[in-house]
Design a protein around this ligand. Sequence first.
Ligand code: ADP
Ligand code: ASP
Ligand code: MG
Length: 813
Amino acid sequence: MVKILKFGGSSLQSPERVQFVANIVLGEAEKTNILVVVSAFHHVTNQLLECAERAAAKQTNYIDLFNTIAERHREVLKKLIQKPMDDSIESLLKELESNLQGIYLLHECSKRSLDTIASFGERLSAQTITLYLQKHHPADYVDARKWIVTDDHYTQAEVLFPKTNKAIQEYFNKMPHSTIPVVTGFIAATEEGQTTTIGRNGSDYSAAIIGAALNAEIIEIWTDVDGIYTADPCVVEKAYVIPHMSYEEAMELSHFGAKVLHSASIAPAIKQQIPIRIKNTFNPAAPGTLINSHPDKTHKGVKGISSIADVTLLTLRGINMVGVPGTAERLFRALARQNINIILISQASSEHTICFAINDPDVKAAEMALSNEFRYELENLLIKVEKKPQQTIIAVVGDDMIGTPGVAGKFCYALGQNKVNINAIAQGASERNISLAINAKQSMLALNAVHQFFFEAHKRLALCFIGVGNVGAALLSLIEQQSAALYEKGYDVKVCIIANSKQFIFDTKGLDLEHWKTNLQNSTEKFNIETMLRLLATTQFTHVALVDCTASSDIVSNYPLFVENNVHIVTPNKKANVLPWNEYQAFIKLLEVRQCHFLFEANVGAGLPIISTLQDLLMGGDSIIKIEGIFSGTLSYLFNQYDGQGDFSEIIKQAHEQGFTEPDPREDLSGNDVARKLLILERQLGRKMDFEDIVIENLIPPHLREGKFSGQFYQQFQEYNDLLKRRFEQAQKNDCVLRYVGTLDEKGVRAELQEVPRSHPLALAKHSDNIIAFTTQRYSLSPLVVQGPGAGAAVTAMGVFSDIVKLLHYLPY
Ligand code: ADP
Ligand code: ASP
Ligand code: MG
């Protein structure tokens, strides 16, 4: 019995790789009887066809391309057999050149000539490889035009099997067993001996035809990947090899675009029950994918995903189609007459429309066929034809989908979650395939989303970081530190963009978080949100979140743009939550419509769980009676330090010097920041409120509120020191402490200096702690209290990080 080894162009890219292939062949020949089928060297078929096109267009530079092709083969010979010129190769090149010259002179290139030109690719590669093998082992070059007989359907010729099988068997049986036949893939000939080809990528098919004719033990397809993957590994990075599949599954996957195996190759193998194995030339030890008729007991459900690009959807729409038998039949007959391959058909049960997908190059012919067939209906406006170009068909395939409910639902859900619109959907009668059409520009996202849903254990989230101040930098190192732990929990989180206000850095697969600082400094990419969004759309992460670590209104004004691009938002930036009510409402609506999450735990109390506690209480059906608290770390510190003895302004000064205040301490003293936090909480309660509605006690004397901040402030504060002293003493008399408290209850929302009884929870806050007490219907006797440091980069970063984790939980897959 013979074993067939087929090597594709992807394995034949360079002299070194050709040698690698030849060594595999020699190794196998030691073990068993083999027959080798080869494609043209990598891309040579394309180059040959381009040559022919140039020649037909009277472009003399076809010669340059011809010379490139010639040199590639000579280079291989030189490296492999130390002989750049070989008569057999040179005579093939001469023949090719004169054929091209003929096309140039005729100014025309028929499909028949195209096939002749294309045939040189396989003839040259098979001949070259034979020459090398012959140095080590008997080997014979076999021109498949003597073996494979076809009709004269040039470029897509149909194989005439009885004649082909006979020819293969006769020739093969005459060959000595010890010789390795090296057969040209892809090419064949008519009975009259005219050169044909059996369709692009057809060498796999050649191998299967020969394997079936010789009743081979196995057909091995050697290529550049480890086997058939759950999706094209070039598009879906997380795809993995499927160890075993049925003939039918392989057929469906390859038919729907998995070009790793030509779909026609399966039929000859099924007929003789010959197993096919896909192997990797560059990793021969990998087991590859085995295709045979045994059912797969280890894997249930969807087996793989594939896609076909460059497709157009045509829809025949009209009232006249309801109940009129034969419309579909007329349609498909008209298309069949033009040899147009239909990839997908779907008809609505109302029968108003028939929608079908075809390859782009067939569109003109299809439109022509339709306008001829339905001339009367079109002229009388009884039907119309609609066209949707730039489509991609995505198919999920698997034997076990038969009778498995819910596969179509999950398929559509995965796309819906990623805002991928489905333009047509069809389920093959075999139920082994569900395919649908989507807009081509979303195909990468769609393939990754569907793959993630059906095949991956990890949820994938890409982060776009804007702002790398203290909080941003702390958060980046937290993410770096925790990413392995997240991965273990099933989350693959990568930072794909890091931006400051001037420039950014980007990596689709995730940035190196060890060296981001220098990389960012050296980056030449100018800060531009549109560019960043465009780049994010090219990552293979199905979910993307903006992490806004700035305090900038400009970034906030771009939030809607992010959301429209399906980007979730996580931020310590308060600006969005305090926008004027109408703008805020519009933003919240947009989030709802786009189903995007907006998380902002660190807006109040930095890392303390304030927002989430409030949301949990509300979700639990509790009702809020009162929220009161010390919301400002700075004010907390100032009043904790103040003992009524020295000047209050002196304490402000010290705090300022130690960096416990904003650069301008008046921002803390004004109470505005406390008021903003109250506004955020109030809005969480679903109440309409604007900043102006909050009563704020400003601790800065009116005449000191304007102008630039300077050291003089402390002297001018003098008269206010006395006032504060008096209030302090009054509080002491009442067994109270003086605290700047934010309150939200039925009386309204206010931020003010208050006397707090020493026994009250708020009086217990130490240092610069925040403390927030929730009095609710359930927590009515004593309030639920959250207390701890409420400012600082590390704890704020923790708050944002907890939002990222929360977002991961929310993501559906
Ligand atoms: P050859 O030149 O060896 O015939 P091809 O380029 O025709 O190789 O086929 C191999 C390529 O098929 C791979 O490099 C890969 O990008 C692509 N491919 C598409 N879908 C799949 C899939 N599901 N599994 C593996 N490879 C796939
Ligand atoms: N060389 C041919 C092509 O490029 C056949 C093949 O590679 O299988 O289409
Ligand atoms: Mg191929």
